[in-house]
Design a protein around this ligand. Structure first.
Ligand code: ADP
Ligand code: TPW
Ligand code: MG
Length: 579
């Protein structure tokens, strides 16, 4: 009789004679885990993998450059809480995708970069294979984890591991290396099927410890001038109802970070965006929900935060985030949904709203600042300036609140973030933690594909150039994307001059009078060229109404912008003038 204590639990399936292979096992493993969309650029050794994926009913979107496919995958991860998949060829394709993988990791978005690779035997002896590179080693510092699968029977477990790593704990990027030879390996079909792994509970809830909840409530209860800061981790967590209830129950003013705008509508009476300087300086207790005290919050110290002593309460799933920049008085480690629910339960047992003089002071400041800027948002100057053009788009977004706004540039980014109110969660996607240029078209494509919502991409002309070729992709898949290029003829401004007086134009300046709209026409989309506020409104409304791929070339005063938008202070300055 068999000894049940030592017997392996799963009996080997009987061989059937039918075969499967690496290609099919990769597809079966992804589909088993509800991953059905792939952002890719084909080539050796993954061309057939893409074809077979498409044949099996997966959506395989081919891009013109891997970086854009990668950015698309990263934001697909943010929007869906499932890892976005980018698939590339070896060495150069892999490296092109790697920027996006690092970006996903930095922004805490779940993503898997799957790259085909050369054979280990040749790579490890550096014998010069086609597109040879030790990709695994190069990927490692740029992601949460990097895995390689060498045997077809390990595909199931390898993909399961990649998925769980990407979405559990603090989400991030995972690299998965698939050597070409693996894809062709055959395996008995029944054994192959049995080797697949369905990831159960891929991102388990992580409950905060009760004493940590009590500590946090204690700090919050003693606040005289409290503030809540919502970050994109809060938006990612999809705990929308709980977060709203917490904010409203607490009665505290709140500040949404860029991509957390719309988690509660920006028009909410407790929204303190228009009083940002005041609330950061004067608050005495700050509750951070899925927002890091990195450069975007001036590291929690210095002039931005003023002299008033602060206590921070921080909700984050990553314990090491605590005390990263300043002391955290009450760390609350767990998933945002659970942490917020625990705080709410505590508040419901007894809660006094913050002192009225504080909320009134913040409310007054918001009102004054909103009133002060309002006339500028109505201006009809020709050429348009940022405020006039963005004021027009602000109205359009308030009338079409389900539109996803993608936004990059310098002035185009900073002013749009300030001017355009967002009314629903996860409707604003932008440059994120790195302030990176190039996310635009990849984000726009994935946003349309993953959500079906209309997309409005508001792009600086420089920013657009980083991914502009993907408008062909937008046309090819006929996506409801309207791109508005804020064409001020350059980076920050179009008016700089070459300081040497030489023939070349200044380093920040582009071709005058460029017609980006004609690029869209070249691929069968709609191109529009606008110079006034009324034309802009008409063009964007027509585009969003039609759902047709559209590019609006919006001429902006070349003098309107400032150096680096609103972060010019981060530029180092030379103190020596070259003769
Ligand atoms: P922002 O740029 O909007 O300020 P950050 O990217 O700096 O936001 O911060 C997001 C934070 O959210 C990260 O520290 C990340 O660990 C955290 N986070 C992401 N998802 C969750 C979650 N489900 N529960 C708790 N924390 C989360
Ligand atoms: C990958 C540096 C920051 S903003 C910007 C650059 C090149 C472009 C600003 O010009 P744009 O906007 O888009 O025309 P506007 O409205 O001010 O004229 N490379 C990468 N990322 C960054 N952030 C840069 C360079 C940069
Ligand atoms: Mg520009």
């Amino acid at each position: 009789m068999a000894d049940t204590a030592t017997q392996t639990p799963a009996a080997e399936p009987a061989a059937t004679g039918a075969l499967t292979d690496g290609f099919n096992l990769v597809i079966d493993a992804l589909k088993l885990n509800d991953i059905n969309t792939i952002y890719n650029v084909p080539g050796i050794p993954i061309t057939d993998l893409g074809r077979l994926m498409q044949a099996s009913g997966m959506r395989v979107l081919s891009f013109r450059h891997e970086q854009n496919a990668g950015y698309a995958a990263s934001i697909a991860g943010y929007l869906t809480q499932k890892p976005g998949i980018c698939m590339t060829v070896s060495a150069p394709g892999f490296l092109n995708g790697l920027t996006a993988l690092a970006h996903a990791t930095t922004n805490c978005f779940p993503m898997i970069l799957i790259s085909g690779s050369s054979e280990r035997e040749i790579v490890d002896l550096q014998q010069g294979d086609y597109e040879e590179m030790d990709q695994l080693a190069i990927a490692k510092p740029h992601c949460k984890a990097a895995y390689r699968i060498l045997h077809a029977e390990d595909i199931g477990i390898g993909i399961a591991r990649a998925i769980r790593t990407a979405v559990s704990g603090r989400p991030g990027g995972v690299y998965l290396d698939l050597p070409g030879k693996l894809l062709g390996q055959t395996l008995d079909a029944a054994k192959g099927a049995a080797s697949l792994v369905k990831v159960i509970d891929p991102a388990p809830r992580q409950l905060p410890a009760p004493d940590a909840v009590e500590r946090a409530l204690d700090v919050l209860r003693n606040a005289k001038r409290p503030l809540i800061i919502l970050g994109k981790g809060a938006a990612y967590s999809q705990a929308d109802d709980e977060i709203r209830e917490l904010v409203e129950t607490s009665g505290m003013p709140y500040l949404p970070m860029s991509m957390a705008k719309g988690l509660l509508p920006d028009t909410h009476p407790q929204c303190a965006s228009a009083a940002r300087s005041l609330v950061l300086k004067e608050s005495d207790v700050v509750l951070l929900i899925g927002a890091r005290l990195n450069w975007l919050l001036s590291h929690g110290k210095g002039r931005t935060w003023g002299d008033a002593p602060k206590k921070f309460v921080q909700i984050d799933i990553e314990p090491r985030e605590m005390d990263s920049n300043v002391e955290i008085a009450a760390p609350l480690v767990g998933d945002i949904g659970s942490c917020v629910a625990a705080l709410l339960a505590g508040m419901k047992k007894g809660w006094t709203p913050p002192p009225a003089d504080w909320t009134a002071e913040v409310g007054d400041k918001v009102e004054t600042n909103v009133a002060r800027i309002a006339p500028r948002l109505q201006n009809t100057n020709v050429p348009m300036d940022f405020h006039g053009a963005l004021g027009a788009l602000r109205t359009i977004i308030s009338e079409r609140p389900d539109t996803i706004l993608v936004n990059e540039g310098a002035n185009t980014l900073d002013f749009a973030r300030m001017v355009i109110d967002i009314h629903q969660p996860r409707k604003r996607l932008d440059v994120g933690t790195w302030g990176v240029m190039g996310i635009g078209m990849g984000y726009a494509i994935a946003a349309a594909v993953e959500t079906g919502s209309p997309v409005l991409a508001v792009e600086g002309d420089s920013a657009f150039g980083f991914s502009g070729m993907e408008i062909e992709t937008i046309c090819r898949y006929n996506l409801p994307v309207c791109v508005v290029v804020f064409n001020n003829g350059g980076i920050y401004r179009g008016s700089d001059v070459n300081p040497s007086g030489g023939e070349d134009v200044a380093t920040t300046v582009f071709v005058k009078g460029a017609r980006y709209d004609k690029m869209m026409e070249a691929f069968g989309g709609v191109g529009m060229h606008v110079t006034s506020r009324d034309e802009l409104i008409q063009a964007v409304n027509t585009a969003l109404e039609s759902g047709k791929p559209t590019l609006v070339n919006a001429v902006i005063d070349e003098n309107a912008g400032t150096e680096s938008g609103r972060i010019g202070n981060l530029n180092p300055q030379s103190v020596v003038t070259k003769k």
